[in-house]
Ligand binder design. Structure first.
Ligand code: COA
Length: 172
């Protein structure tokens, strides 16, 4: 599970960096129908995932990409938005962080699934260069499965970026 580049760093379990963030939806966050703007959810998701990545890396981290973000249900003014973020996978300097976003109607306690997303963060050193992060240690069967799928997606993204680079290179 340990990688040669970051093998000297002690590994950390997924639970050590998991984040839960909750906030109330205010009128300023919503459209004229009283539903929260998608961009507000995206910002909160980025913040929750960034907090998990920084906790794991012990470094400043930047958002490198957003893999996927599907909105399933609206959130209304007065609801509480609850975000749960945790690492799926860590390679050398990059980390895939998943977030699940729910809305709670406070009067009833009813929760609905609003969106799920995956963000990729890269840890930076003091000179703003990518730096190795501790290996991620999955424990539960669910964490192992997320790790396995995160590793597959890491390889797919790498191949895609390489392909894009090749396409952009001028012919020899
Ligand atoms: C993300 C960033 C640090 C990568 O820098 P880079 O010089 O391309 O770094 P490298 O090619 O050495 O790659 C470093 C790591 O980032 C990953 N990476 C780079 N670009 C990526 C992308 N678009 N999506 C996902 N991962 C990416 C690489 O896979 C590598 O991971 P690994 O170390 O775990 O193998 C750089 O592109 C950057 O600073 N982007 C702006 C980030 C930012 O400001 N975000 C806030 C929103 S504006």
């Amino acid at each position: 599970m340990q990688r040669p580049e970051n093998g000297s760093l002690p590994g950390k379990p997924v639970s050590a960096s998991a984040v839960e963030l909750a906030t109330l939806v205010e009128v300023a966050d919503t459209n004229p129908m009283g539903n929260i703007h998608g961009g507000v959810i995206m910002k909160l998701a980025d913040q929750a995932c960034a907090a998990a990545a920084i906790r794991h890396a012990g470094r400043i981290c930047v958002t490198a990409s957003v893999d996927r973000l599907d909105f399933r249900n609206p959130v209304h003014v007065g609801d509480m938005v609850v975000l749960k973020a945790s690492l799926h996978y860590a390679h050398r300097s990059s980390m895939e962080v998943g977030v699940r976003i729910e809305a709670e109607r406070l009067q009833t306690g009813q929760r609905t699934h609003v969106a799920s997303a995956r963000f990729i963060f890269v840890a930076l050193d003091d000179e703003c260069k990518p730096v190795a992060v501790p290996p991620l240690i999955p424990h539960t069967p669910e964490e192992h499965e997320r790790y396995r799928r995160g590793e597959e997606r890491y390889r797919e993204r790498l191949a895609r970026r390489q392909q894009e680079k090749n396409n952009a290179s001028p012919p020899a």
